[in-house]
Design a protein around this ligand. Structure first.
Ligand code: 13P
Length: 354
């Protein structure tokens, strides 16, 4: 049973490729549109996602794309379901299945991610619509006193139950415990909290019988908080991140795909590249599943106008290409200066629906 799941997981972390996280909820995407003066309607959100998904040659660097519920039900301007637009191009469609982070009872500053009720049936429906992997994001806040043990264990337990249900329903779970970078904490504190959270998550995955070979881990990088007076260098981030992963992520996991978490797009690329260049054992594929760091430049270029389509697609293709190079440790500053020509025309064939 896990053979198919393992081959999907391997496809998602194929050489030189990573994942596009385009699963912003309506309210999150509206917030990002608002900042650029783009009106958020069902139609404009559809047009935006269609712009990303029809970028020629994106599949050279993008293996999969995570959709939101609204998006997986939408069709392109010529009537093809957006999930199929992706799979025709050689990109595996995925789906965000949590219903968001809600206040944790008894812990007013913390959240637990919800969405387990009815999940088995929703997963079956999404599989029928072409999704082959899923995502669930837990959010862990850092202060001098947080996270609480209750927050870590509640989120780890929910992630593990989600992952077990996904595997039962033939979807590869992306397990995303995000330690937020908001705050004044040091990189050392981030490493300590990230290690503790990963330990709890893998403990819960073991308890729920999740097959590690048939999942992907989507962690934060180990990084100083945004308000920390002592920011960490690229090399420090790379070393601390890899050390933390080596201590806490079993070798059986096929891939570690980072979130960008609010880093600038170039920083997220530089960090990924530096991690992949470090010497010593890296038993998992190390790649990206970026949202903002892949989309920010493209969204700013697009601004909701059809006339900006080509500029926006060039911006998206460029970031995808830089991050693809970073998964191989081959990214250079010089790449930023070279405007990318779009790749070969839409092609299919790497990936087929079964
Ligand atoms: P960012 O890369 O913008 O953090 O988004 C990744 C993601 O999917 C968060 O759940």
């Amino acid at each position: 049973m896990n053979e198919t799941l393992e081959s999907v997981a391997a496809t998602l972390v194929a050489e030189g490729k990573g994942i596009l996280a385009a699963d912003e909820s309506v309210s999150t995407l509206t917030r990002r549109f608002d900042a650029l003066g783009i009106q958020s309607t069902e139609q404009s959100r559809r047009a935006y996602r269609e712009m990303l998904f029809t970028t020629r040659g994106a599949a050279e660097f993008i293996s999969g794309a995570i959709l939101y519920d609204e998006t997986i039900r939408q069709k392109s301007s010529d009537g093809m379901p957006l999930a199929q637009v992706l799979s025709r191009q050689g990109i595996v469609p995925g789906i965000k299945v949590d219903t968001g982070a809600e206040p944790l009872a008894g812990a007013p500053e913390e959240t637990v991610t919800e969405g387990l009720d009815g999940l088995r049936d929703r997963l079956a429906e999404y599989h029928g619509m072409g999704a082959r992997f899923a995502k669930w994001r837990a959010v862990i806040r850092v202060t001098p006193n947080l996270p609480s043990p209750a927050c870590v264990s509640a989120n780890a337990h929910a992630l593990a139950r989600y992952a077990a249900l996904c595997q039962e329903r033939q979807l590869v779970p992306i397990v995303e415990p995000e330690v937020l970078m908001n705050g004044a904490h040091t990189i050392e504190r981030c490493e300590q909290v990230t290690g503790k959270v990963l330990h709890a998550v893998f403990d819960a995955l073991f308890e729920q019988g999740v097959s590690l070979e048939a999942m992907l881990l989507k962690p934060n990088m180990v990084i100083a908080g945004t308000e920390c007076p002592r920011p960490a260098s690229v090399q420090e981030v790379a070393s601390a991140t890899l050390r933390c992963l080596r201590r806490h992520v079993p070798v059986a996991v096929p891939g570690v795909i980072f979130l960008s978490g609010g880093q600038t797009d170039r920083m997220a690329t530089a960090h990924l590249n530096a991690i992949n260049r470090l010497p010593g054992p890296k038993p998992w594929k190390i790649s990206f599943s970026y949202g903002r760091a892949l989309q920010d430049a493209a969204m700013a270029a697009w601004r909701g106008r059809a006339g900006n389509l080509s500029a926006a697609q060039h911006a998206f293709y460029h970031r995808a290409r830089c991050n693809g190079a970073a998964t191989l440790g081959e990214y250079t500053e010089e790449m930023e200066a070279v405007p990318a020509e779009l790749g070969s025309p839409l092609h299919c064939l790497d990936w087929q629906h079964d």
